[in-house]
Design a protein around this ligand. Sequence first.
Ligand code: ADP
Ligand code: MG
Length: 347
Amino acid sequence: MSADQTPRVHRLNSTLANQIAAGEVVERPASILKELLENSLDAGATRITIHLEGGGVDLLSVEDDGVGIFPVDLALALERHATSKVATWEDLQAIHTMGFRGEALPAIASVSRLEIVSRAHGQKQATRLQVTGGATGAPEPSARAPGTTVRVADLFFNVPARRKFLRSASAELSRNQKVLRQIALANFPVAFQLFQNGRALVQLPAALDADSRAQRVASIMGEGFLANALYIEQEDQGLSLSGWLGLPTYNRARGDEQYFYVNSRPVRDPVITHALRASYNDVLFQDRHPLYVLYLKLPPERVDVNVHPAKAEVRFRDSREIHDFLFHTLRRVIAEQGGEHPQVTVP
Ligand code: ADP
Ligand code: MG
């Protein structure tokens, strides 16, 4: 062994560290849209407007009327591990917000030209900050109603290898629309609009009562789904399941119209998938898939949301109980109602 111990370990500079994190949370425009929408929702927004150009690759902006960011917090909000949402280990055990990792903004800013303009409620002025490929400019005064706008331009302009993995503008656009549908189905009181190249493609007014919630479901899932779905509400031992369960007779060749939320968070989870599959097992062919929009609510201590950088997965502390609750509830509903409707199948 050589006596010369020239150091080989060094700390990554923050831009590089953020770009590494971006590899996990910023795959494409739709993953940015998800993070920005979650931030707007966490800020208590009631109206959110999305603008896309080139499917979100050239430009993706999200504008909200939420609480805004104080000028003193703005630069820090763009740094890694900086968040207003958790402070202690206890907070992490019972997450009440969509975000908590303090990672999205710096990761996005490290691979794009990002501009954030925010005016906190009670402030007379807005503040604007620009970050280009991770290099932060100086904050400057700006004009805006209370709330926040984040504009992300030229995604991956500084990481051409990642840019190559993006698909056509129309393919990226449809992924963005899918993210919006997923979030809109879990946030009825919030009004959403989506524009592509200046043209309004989605307009969802705030849905504040049962009728307008059903209307939003119909406009996202189709009238046919609403006519062929049962609205359910079940509670047992701190677990609640509600939402629209498609009749087995109304099924598809692909399982892409399935929405399942855990405490308002869209998740993929093998326990849930298995319980749903098993519930429909006797009434649906193996290669057909049901449609549903279902909401599981449980005390946040019973589910760990900190298992996946994009927060798409969760870990239940008592997965057996969750599975059985879902399976028994759904199977009973399906068995009671399933046979009474005419056979309707859609491609
Ligand atoms: P996280 O959401 O995990 O906290 P982010 O990097 O997404 O991390 O955001 C960092 C912080 O910036 C947030 O904790 C929040 O305080 C602030 N922030 C981001 N977007 C908004 C917004 N639209 N409105 C108000 N505050 C925001
Ligand atoms: Mg966030």
